[in-house]
Design a protein around this ligand. Sequence first.
Ligand SMILES: Cc1ncc(COP(=O)(O)O)c(C=O)c1O
Length: 391
Amino acid sequence: MERASIVDTLPVYIFDETNRLKYEARVQGHDIIDFGMGNPDIPTPAPVVEKLRQAVLDPRNHRYSVSRGIPGVRRELAYWYKRKYDVDLDPDKEVLLTLGAKEGFNHLILAITEPGEHVLVTTPCYPIHRFAVQLARAVPVLLPADPEKLLPAAEAALSSVEPRPRTLIISYPNNPTTACVDLEFFSKAVAFARNHNLLLIHDFAYADLVYDNYKAPSVLQVPGAKETALEFYSLTKGYSMAGWRVGFCSGHAPVLNKLRRLKSYYDYGMFQPIQIAAAVALRDCDDEVQTISGTYQDRRDCLIRNFEQAGWPITPPRGTLFVWAPVPDQLRGRMTSFDFTRFLLAEAEVAVAPGIGFGEAGEGWVRLALVENEHRIKQAARNIRRALSKC
Ligand SMILES: Cc1ncc(COP(=O)(O)O)c(C=O)c1O
């Protein structure tokens, strides 16, 4: 039966196309070195896996859990914020467990957005930031992800767009651009949000993946931020727990309560053993997170060094799981990001994500996820050198 729906308004996912090309190349026997998706390849820390194993054997943990998260895991998240950022959170009112940041983010936007409303979103961006707005039947207003340009552009949008936006979505360290900010930027963003009566939503998915002694600030560190801001945090990247689907939303209690209410209609909570193991991760695994981040830093250094020698210079990121790289000079203007992605797959057996997949502002760039080991990164550099030398 043909039936029109909101889903039909979503564009063809560009990564479906690149995944198809990758799959075809593999079927033909090519060993593709895959920097395409930010899907961590490092195992989850052993104490977390062991706690899950123990918890799963207890039948009391097999029943429905609670949608907002058991008190123990919300309490550990509050301790985590206190220890890392000196931020005080009430685990009952100011912390909510979500089924990964992605689910929480989508439902938050649904819970707080009216159909036809304008929502300020940066671009290029993690595609969900934009499409969650569209799925809520609202209209994204795109602003530059560059932190230098963001607030002036937001100011201009507020005075020119009707109905006036009520929400600003940001994320630093940024996927895909890898842009990082300091606490002063967040102070300005919070002041801006308060002055304009905006809800500020910060996606802090890459909080733990930071390099060269850079420490990414939390927006909740800004005094008074909880009156206007919410922050998502996730165990996916820092704790290498992508498949576990553990995220949190923290901050402004009245809006968080709307998300809590909406979620109570959608889910019965995460499988309880996972919540128990997530609490152990937050409590006991700071060293493991350091090791994971160190592995990505070594891969970053390896990639930057070897790709430069291959004729593709790239600025090293200070954070995230990614490298954001311009289409090399000799091909710029001749190839779009999608053409270049196809070229790398065909000529170098290397998969990347084309910048256009993150919005028009990503054109001319590609994103490489640091999810291959150093041996494979060096192999990729050799292949790329050979491919570029033919251009
Ligand atoms: C900015 C951003 N937020 C959220 C996510 C997804 O996080 P989770 O696995 O917790 O849903 C990603 C994953 O790539 C991301 O890049």
